[in-house]
Design a protein around this ligand. Structure first.
Ligand code: FEO
Length: 173
């Protein structure tokens, strides 16, 4: 059975993952309001991915004899000064999530909870991709700064992202 302090730390991360999704839905709504619907599509896919992270953690706690406990979620921002400012915040947020996952891993290691260490390795790897993908958008937005045609083309590229349900969650949602 999972130790209470490890369960509490995973539950705190569940809250952070839900906040991530909530913030990405908020950002998607802002992009919709300025007619950049490819960006909003990309962010909604990102928000759905965050919800799969929540379910992975929730399912893991359940398997270990623990329980996911939902707490209040902070309100995310609602407005940004520019697409670039918004995606700089996405990238900074993902870097912060990486730190949270690292701290969670530290807790699991300190408790010699090898099952949780093994479970969290997926998230450690995932954060490499999360940082890389969001930084790539920041860099592209910098390239097209002040160029409306370039921004329009980038918006179309962002629209091509598809949500892929992780196979292990296929029957859960
Ligand atoms: Fe669940 Fe974007 O980290």
């Amino acid at each position: 059975m999972i130790k209470k302090n490890v369960q509490d730390a995973i539950n705190a991360q569940i809250n952070a993952e839900i906040y991530s999704g909530y913030m990405y839905f908020s950002m998607a709504s802002w992009f919709d309001s300025i007619s950049l619907t490819g960006f909003s599509h990309w962010l909604r896919v990102q928000a759905l991915e965050e919800l799969t992270h929540v379910q992975k953690m929730s399912g893991y706690l359940n398997e270990r004899g623990g329980r996911a406990l939902m707490k209040a979620v902070d309100a995310p921002p609602t407005d940004w000064n520019s697409p670039l400012a918004c995606f700089e915040e996405v990238y900074a947020h993902e870097c912060n999530v990486t730190e949270l996952i690292n701290k969670l891993m530290d807790t699991a290691l300190a408790e010699r909870d090898h099952a949780t260490v093994s479970f969290l390795n997926w998230f450690v790897d995932e954060q490499i991709e999360e940082e890389s993908n969001t930084d790539a958008v920041v860099q592209k937005l910098k390239l097209v700064e002040g160029n409306k045609g370039g921004l329009f083309m980038l918006d179309r590229e962002m629209d091509a992202r598809t949500f892929v349900m992780p196979p292990e969650l296929a029957g859960v949602f």
